[in-house]
Design a protein around this ligand. Sequence first.
Ligand code: MN
Length: 317
Amino acid sequence: MTDDESSKYFTKDSDPFDTESMFANAYSFLGIPFSRQVEKTDLAILGIPYDLATTGRAGTRHGPQAVRIASANLRWEEKRWPWNFDVRKRINAIDYGDLEFGPGESEEMIEGVIRHTGQFYQEGAKTLVIGGDHFITLPLLRSVHQHYGKVALVHFDAHTDTYTVGAKYDHGSMFYHAPREGLVDPAHSIQLGIRTEYDPDDHEFMVLSGAELNDQPTIDIIDAIKQRVGSLPVYLTFDIDCLDPAYAPGTGTPVVGGISTDKALKIIRGLSGINIVAADVVEVAPSYDHAEITALAGATLLLELMYLIGSNTLPKE
Ligand SMILES: [Mn+2]
C-alpha cells in the first residue's frame, strides 16, 4: 500500500474507475468496488465458490478468485472494443463479493443464493454470477423465478445437464429439474454447443450442437436465439466447457469440438435487445488451467455479458 489517498479501496470519494495498478490491493471484478449496498444498484456481481456438486474433477470453488484476478487485465479499456460506451459509467455496478457458506453445507448455499439474489431483484438490480460448479444455476433460477416468473434459458455448454443417471442433484441435472419445477419455459429456451450424449425425451429445449455452432454463420445463431426467447425475461448461463479445451482447458469436464472464444463473444455481443435479467459463467477450475487462459476467457465473457446488459440500459444523466 502507498500513502496515495486516491486508492479507491480506502477513500469514500475517489473515482472507482481511476487507473490503478492492476496488481495492487484486493481483486474485485474489473476493479469495481466491493459493496453490499444494493440500493440504486443496476448490477450486482456475485461469486459463488461452490463445487460440491461436481461429478468429476473438482476445483471450481477457486473460480471466482481466478476470474477476478484475470479481470485485472481488462480494466484499462474505457470503452471495451467494439462497444461505443464505458459500461461502468452507464450502469451502477457493485462487486458483492462471494457468497459464504459452511464447508459441505449445500443447503446453506442454496438458501444464501435465494436470499441474497432475491434482494438484488427486489431493488431492481440484475445479477451476474461467477461460479462455482454449474449446480449453482438451479438455485439462481429458483430465485429469478420468484421475481420474474418463468424465464427463457439461454444455455451454453458441452453438456445438456438434463441427466438423471447420477445423483438427484449434481452439476449435470439442473436442467432436468428446472422445467419440472416450472422455472424455465423450455419452448422458449435453447442449449448451444452440446456435444455429448443426451436423451431428447428428457426435455423440450431447442439444441444447437457444438458442430452446428462451428459450421453456422454467427448471425444465424444469433437470430435463432432471439427468435427462441422472444420477449420473455432471459437467464443466460455459460458453462466454460462450451468453449473448446484449446480455449478453456481449466475446467472439470472438458470436451473437444467446442467453439472458440471469438465465436462465443460474437454471439453474446449480437444478443443486444434481449431482456436479460441474470447471467452466470460457471465451471472455471483454475488448477487445470494454463497461463490463465480459462480464467481470462471467463472474465472476458462476464465483461461481454455486462456490456450486453448495459447496452439495454439508457445512459445515466
Ligand atoms: Mn458442461
